[in-house]
Design a protein around this ligand. Structure first.
Ligand SMILES: C[N+](C)(C)CCCC[C@H](N)C(=O)O
Ligand SMILES: O=C(O)CCC(=O)C(=O)O
Ligand SMILES: [Fe+2]
Length: 434
């Protein structure tokens, strides 16, 4: 398998095991150790090895937390969560007024001034809070629920909620019907629209005036337009005004756009302003659903697709357009801490020469890519829609692939890309967790 890198999970001793270790002597020791620094406790050396497995409890024991000072970290148990907190981390995240500015939500502490071998000189806790005093007498207070939320152990299993779909799931999904007026005038409708978009990776706004201006207004309600080599708002027909198949009448297989950017555009809007002719339907496929199916059926294929970096390229020399863009990254992009998929970079048209890995890995990659392509091409995973004047289709270009059927006649499509950060920013402002 390519790349030996595996994100190592910290071995966590189970709570049960720790209690078993500590039982017996633990009760007896607690009184003696109260208020002392465990690693400096004079009793420590004299104790049998098992007795060192001891916990400090907040009072009463059944509420609040239990904690254990290891030589290099604090182990803290709070409502069934066992957290292991590095001492420098604990000092660095101090929210006291001298360390953290709550007006700007910025750190004032200079982390470089923290001794990398720092250890608390005193710790105590009550039901909701743990108080840590450092050798220089500075005190850090942490809400236990804050730690539970922000610690590695507390958040590593969180994944962004989403509905992975195929044609059948989509049919039953009852996506909300949101109109232009609703979106522009009502926060509730706006939120409903964004929630659907984030869950499904696409969403439609209906009853929009069939103009570039109205399309732009909708785009600006949601985020910030991502200007690119295609302009700000783009508006095209099949006139081959640009050196790309999109600007023709031929069919386009499923793909995401701008794979040849180091950061592919996050969101794409399509608004068909006119079509006098046949065909031209739009295809949508949930890339995450397909990728998750591969992960289930053949984890090795999934692994290869997350590890082999692939280049995509856009070379254009048509009329006055001279562009050469290159983007690099694996087809499937996952977060290392929980393996959650966050971006698919799939575009067989724009894929560049593979020269980033040796031949044997190349072959593994082709096999894995074939498996993904087969999955993406299953008719049961396809949704076909006909874009019409008045309907804006929003597509999450990091998740949902689009394609189009060949068409005849005059067809004019407008739209734009949006910066992903700003769409998520809008969502967070509306109280959506992303
Ligand atoms: C949407 N718009 C027509 C502006 C751009 C088309 C980009 C086409 C390119 N092959 C890609 O997939 O990135
Ligand atoms: O013509 C279409 O419907 C879409 C073409 C396309 O893939 C694109 O513009 O990104
Ligand atoms: Fe496209």
């Amino acid at each position: 398998m390519y790349g030996a890198f595996k994100y190592r999970e910290t071995k966590i001793m189970t709570w049960d095991r720790l209690l078993r270790f500590g039982s017996g002597v633990q009760h007896l020791l607690r009184a003696d150790l109260q208020g002392q620094r465990p690693w400096q406790c004079p009793m420590r050396k004299a104790l049998p090895a098992l007795a060192l497995q001891r916990w400090q409890h907040s009072v009463p024991e059944t509420l609040g937390c239990s904690w254990w000072l290891h030589n290099d970290h604090l182990e803290l148990k709070y409502s069934d969560l066992v957290m292991r907190l590095d001492y420098v981390w604990l000092r660095d995240h101090c929210r006291s007024p001298s360390c953290y500015n709550t007006k700007t939500n910025q750190r004032s502490l200079d982390t470089a001034q923290v001794d990398l071998t720092i250890k608390p000189s005193e710790i105590r806790s009550d039901k909701d809070t743990i108080y840590i005093t450092w050798p220089d007498k500075h005190m850090t207070k942490y809400g236990l629920s804050w730690l539970a939320k922000h610690s590695f152990e507390g958040q590593k299993d969180y994944v962004q909620p989403s509905v992975l779909w195929n044609a059948a799931i989509y049919k039953d999904a009852q996506m909300p019907y949101v109109t232009y007026n609703g979106l522009m005038d009502s926060v509730d409708e706006f939120k409903k629209f964004l929630e659907a978009f984030l869950l499904y990776g696409f969403s439609v706004v209906d009853e929009v005036p069939a103009s570039i201006e109205a399309t732009e207004a909708v785009a600006l309600r949601i985020g910030i337009i991502r200007e690119s080599i295609y302009g700000r708002m783009w508006d095209f027909t099949s006139d081959f005004s640009r050196g790309d198949t999109a600007y023709t009448k031929v069919a386009l297989d499923r793909h995401v756009d701008t794979t040849y950017f180091q950061e592919p555009c996050g969101v794409q809007l399509f608004h068909c302003l006119r079509h006098d002719g046949t065909g031209g339907r739009t295809l949508l496929v949930d890339g995450f659903n397909a990728a998750e199916n591969i992960r289930k059926e053949n984890p090795d294929h999934f692994d290869v697709l997350t590890k082999v970096p692939i280049k995509h390229e856009y070379i254009e020399n048509v009329a006055d357009y001279h562009n050469h863009m290159i983007g690099v990254g694996p087809v499937l992009n996952i977060y290392p801490w929980n393996n959650e998929l966050y971006m698919i970079r799939y575009n067989n048209y724009d894929r560049a020469v593979i020269n980033t890995v040796p031949y044997d890995v190349v072959h593994q990659w082709y096999v894995a890519h074939r498996a993904l392509t087969t999955e993406l091409r299953k008719p049961e995973n396809e949704i076909w829609v006909k874009l019409k004047p008045g309907k804006i289709l929003f597509v999450d270009n990091w998740r949902v692939l689009h394609g189009r059927e060949a068409f005849t006649g005059y067809r004019r499509l407008c739209g734009c890309y949006l910066t992903r950060d700003d769409v998520l920013n809008t969502a967070r402002f509306l109280g959506i967790k992303v």
